[in-house]
Design a protein around this ligand. Sequence first.
Ligand SMILES: CC(C)(COP(=O)(O)OP(=O)(O)OC[C@H]1O[C@@H](n2cnc3c(N)ncnc32)[C@H](O)[C@@H]1OP(=O)(O)O)[C@@H](O)C(=O)NCCC(=O)NCCS
Length: 188
Amino acid sequence: MTEQRPALRVLSPGEINVPATVAVLNDAFRRHAFLGTDRTSEDTIGEELHASSRLVQAFEGNDLVGTGAVTPALDEDLDAAKFPGIDLSHALYFGMAAVRRDRMGRGLGAQILAASERVARQRGDTHIILMTVREMGNVAYYHRFAYETVSVHELPAGYWGLTIPTHEHAMAKIIIPHPDNQGAQGHV
Ligand SMILES: CC(C)(COP(=O)(O)OP(=O)(O)OC[C@H]1O[C@@H](n2cnc3c(N)ncnc32)[C@H](O)[C@@H]1OP(=O)(O)O)[C@@H](O)C(=O)NCCC(=O)NCCS
């Protein structure tokens, strides 16, 4: 059987299949044994999304296999001190990255990240930023895609339902503007 090439879609929060999105997030984060609880739920996922958020989702046919979300940084409750030297009014926050465990390691996460960076480029943002917990093993992952750690904070056990003390890395990547799109602030 030939494998289906996943299709990427950029969706507003009102357009997503909430149960499917919650299922992919919880399945993906189950790889982190020290995460004491589900990553999210149908009741709480909305707390992480804003009207300005866009979900970048990967589908095989009708099946959701990967997801990520981008939100203008000023619409997130971020501590600007964690992103020194970055103008958050021109930054896009990337989060909620998850690939179904049976589809990990096939380049889907990289495609979701690249599509998220295209959203930032279309908006005329200067940076795409994210937060990740070092103990989840993703700092090296984001380094591969030219993200740099801009600050590190220690988190006590219990934070985010994590059962061990952890280190939160704030990471950022400069978005090189498309030559035809200098300074544009278009919508996605
Ligand atoms: C992080 C995640 C989204 C990556 O998705 P993925 O589809 O498995 O990743 P990809 O297949 O696109 O990986 C791209 C490359 O990075 C490598 N890579 C994957 N995970 C890595 C890691 N933890 N550290 C370093 N490199 C890694 C892959 O081997 C691949 O290399 P290649 O291009 O040479 O083949 C996925 O593993 C996931 O859902 N993890 C659990 C949830 C999570 O931690 N989310 C992120 C929170 S910040």
